[in-house]
Ligand binder design. Sequence first.
Ligand code: PLP
Length: 412
Amino acid sequence: MAGRNFLFVPGPTNIPDRILRSMTVAMEDHRSSKFPELTRSLFPDLMRVFGCEQGQVFIFPTTGTGAWEAALANTLSPGERVLAPRFGQFSHLWIEMMQRLGLQVEVIECEWGEGAPEAEIGRILRADDAHRIRGVMIVHNETATGVTSDLAAVRRAMDEARHPALLYADAVSSLGSIEFRMSEWRVDLAVTGSQKGLMLPAGLGIVCASPKALAAAKDAKCARAFFSFADMQRTNGEGYFPYTPNLPLLYGLRESLDMLLAEGLANVFARHNRLASGVREAVAAWGLGLCCKELRWRSDTVSAVTMPPEINGAHVVDVAFRRYNLALGAGLAKVAGKVFRIGHLGDLNELMLLGALAGTEMAMADVGVKIEPGSGVGAAQAYWRRTDPVPKKRVARSEVLYASHSAGSINA
Ligand code: PLP
């Protein structure tokens, strides 16, 4: 089909042309004296994106799943207990991995569409007088259901229980898009992949570890070889890796970090919130709901739109792709067919999203969802027109233009 595919799955996300160009590089000697010029700046800048003041970041040539494994295997021992709420496909898969690594997982079963149940976590930790639970495992943004858990509240619950467990956070579909404050929330291990908020291809699994997590790694007994923190620590300080790194991805990461830090993380988060709010206005105008069960958990990176019972969400996804060249996310596992997902993260603006919303409306109408064509697009347009499009810090020139031309209609 002519024209670009409209990629609106919640990862992989659109790669900015600037990043694509930065990855077109000839191969280099990764043991040369020049190589660290590229790599050494990546670690501190990634720490900034994690909101991590103290600790260490590890860049593995893997995906988010590998980063999960690296975080677990380096800091826990077989037979140790961990506490994990299950509220979507990614928390489910992570729990399965914990079990396969020989951990004893105390699972808190939640309805899909809920977020981490802080009160229940607190209750279980308070009852664990002997402090046998070693880790609390939270998927910050459950990509399957469009739910962002309140990590600050989970940390408060752990503190109130005076429990020393490590706090693990899957930030795969939140980092670089939704506020993440590793040091403030005292997250001990945070993991992400490169193909979402970092706007890169899949292929980097990134783990950020607190000093407490690094100390735990010294005694942990789970087997690890490729994913060893210690091997990375031996070489990373000088700017090298224990094995051949993926050079184009590292150049791409440099460019991605430059883009995120130049926009300003606060502005990046505000942009995602504003775009997500427009999508939510559209969903409401269609007369449909979200899988997410509470306002406070609504995700700014992905919306899982609930289908009327007579409609299979997979048909919407299929028609959107085949007829309109629009890739939406299908419902996964328990919510397969019941929802479809619109990813709204990464390198994105209002007009791109309006195209996606228009295509979604056409696909929904084609498969028999009773919506008014144009209603969602109109609602999103109205929302974006009446809200401030440009973060305050960077509006100087446009403010002058608005003031001289249109006497405030944009911000009305
Ligand atoms: N965790 C979350 C929240 C995800 O959304 C994903 C993938 O979409 C993963 C983990 C797994 O990451 P990957 O597919 O990069 O292995």
